[in-house]
Design a protein around this ligand. Sequence first.
Ligand SMILES: *Cc1c(COP(=O)(O)O)cnc(C)c1O
Length: 358
Amino acid sequence: MAYLQINSHHFLHNYRAILQALGAHNASKIGIVLKDNAYGHGLKEIAQLAKEAGITTCFVKNTKEALEIAMMFQHITILYPQSLEDTEALQECLKRKNIYFCLSSLEALRLYPKGARIELEVNSGMNRNGIQPQSLKEAFEVICQKGLELVGVFSHNGFGDDFGSEFYAQNHEFLEIKRAVLKLCCHYDLAKPRFHFLSSSGSLRAVKYNDSLPLELQDNLFRIGIAFYGYLCQDSRLCRLDLKPIASLWAKKISTYLLKKGSKIGYSGTSELEEDMLISSYDVGYGDGLFRVREGMELRTKEGLRIYPRASMDCLSIQGDSEELCIFEDVRAWAEAFGTIPYEILAHLHATIPKKIV
Ligand SMILES: *Cc1c(COP(=O)(O)O)cnc(C)c1O
């Protein structure tokens, strides 16, 4: 069966590179983003590696993910808001003091039960999620009336990868939000919540700026996702880190043929051989969440062997007759071929693909 190999040494290497870039004094501010099955890598598997590395804070997608790793972290934040829909999982999460719910609207604040530990999302200019800064006072009123426990206030910078001023404008906007939150906490006699704002690329870019702020205005956490998995998608003029992809996809041989020049392979015979060649099929395809390789695409395995279009749902045709091949160990070539980013190639991989930690 095809499997995803997770390299624990690469994970630690990436952690050390991130730590070095953010500074040892910021070690406790590093939170790992484990949402969407740890970007397709396996939630439990990556959670275990993070725990062993000493990371105590993580971010997941929903209640189901939070419960799966509930015993492994001191702080678990559910980033996205479907939590009310599954009442059983919701009750279970509410019982656990280490699980927090992100809320992104005044309506959501009104719907969560008393005592729920929440992190309030505020829009700082990405215009995607979060209440507007003008609504902060109203949000605090609801939080107090309803008896919600305000654990955090956060926002998301949508420009971390891009060379330009928007990134800094958004940093400034979040600073103003933090100032307003501190005033409201004083007014409503609430403890100061933790602040967080930056993902992988933004953290690396703004760590010095954050360090330079007065202590109470600093972000308390960095939400690091893609860098842990070994990628950064920043403009090349920005900070460069030496990261190593942690996942490689391996597949096993199904059948082998010695084919004559001119033979055609697979659906519609899309690939025609230019010489006599050994061709084998391997047991992974778009049914496993891999993108569908089609006409005009030149993708090769790690060993340099051509993957012949078109890919099938459950198999790929590849040159040679090796028992096992590494379909990728760095998804950037796949991302480029499909006009997307490594995140999408990885997050598509099905949770059912077995994981092997090495
Ligand atoms: C996914 C996500 C992150 C992590 O982003 P990376 O670019 O992978 O580091 C951080 N914050 C939020 C809210 C996210 O949804």
